[in-house]
Write a protein that binds this ligand. Structure first.
Ligand SMILES: Cc1cc2nc3c(=O)[nH]c(=O)nc-3n(C[C@H](O)[C@H](O)[C@H](O)COP(=O)(O)O)c2cc1C
Length: 198
């Protein structure tokens, strides 16, 4: 295995219906990473998976900004402090950026952020296929990101951040993160799915 998993996470809090593809419940968001470079060809495959997400008018409003070895510390400094504490051991930090208006008519694209979420999930599942993990982050310094990279606020919106990394033992995480490390439960299906009436 190229990216070995050092232990078997406890999936007992997850109760997918029989028939749900294992990729879905087997995705989770660790914070314990061992700093490992990801070969360029694997990264390209992960990012290319995002390209195949669906989007309104096929606008493909997602733009993905990722760190390099040289810029990792700059990216890390653009996370809120709490996320910096664990993200420092990730292989890569990325930011999902949405193009706010449609190309074909210049009007606001109300689902640009929604489409970015689809693209992020696509790259996440592709990363899992390769043995890597992602962790989404709302805790980013959006204004600072716009400024640091000169991202035009009229045209683009920084949506969220994420890490990609190689799983490490949870014992190597500090408190309180070590206590939270592991697959989390979900609401019952009946709470999120309404058929016919709200
Ligand atoms: C958009 C988004 C933002 C998130 N923001 C943060 C964050 O700033 N810090 C953090 O530690 N986890 C963050 N998370 C991780 C969530 O807490 C996690 O996905 C959720 O608890 C479900 O757990 P699971 O991904 O392990 O299934 C974020 C996840 C998403 C999708």
């Amino acid at each position: 295995m190229k990216y070995p998993t050092p232990y078997s996470p406890d999936f007992s809090s997850r109760d997918p219906l029989a028939g749900v593809a294992e990729e879905f419940p087997a995705r989770w968001s660790p914070r314990s990473f061992v700093r490992t470079p990801i070969p360029a060809e694997d990264l390209a495959v992960i990012m290319d998976a995002a390209r195949w997400a669906p989007s309104a008018y096929n606008e493909q409003p997602w733009r993905i900004l990722t760190s390099t070895e040289e810029t990792f510390e700059t990216f890390l400094g653009l996370l809120v402090d709490a996320n910096q504490k664990w993200a420092k051991n990730a292989s890569l930090i990325g930011f999902m950026v949405a193009r706010k208006n449609f190309t074909h008519n210049g009007k606001p694209n109300a689902t640009a952020v929604y489409d970015c979420g689809s693209a992020w999930m696509s790259l996440t599942l592709q990363a899992r296929k390769l043995g890597l993990y992602t962790h989404g982050m709302a805790g980013i310094r959006k204004d600072a990101i716009h400024e640091a990279f000169g991202i035009d606020r009229d045209e683009f919106e920084v949506v969220a951040g994420f890490t990609i990394g190689v799983l490490d033992l949870k014992e190597n995480l500090g408190k309180p993160y070590a206590d939270w490390e592991g697959p989390s439960p979900r609401k019952p299906l009946a709470e999120i799915w309404k058929q016919g009436v709200w």
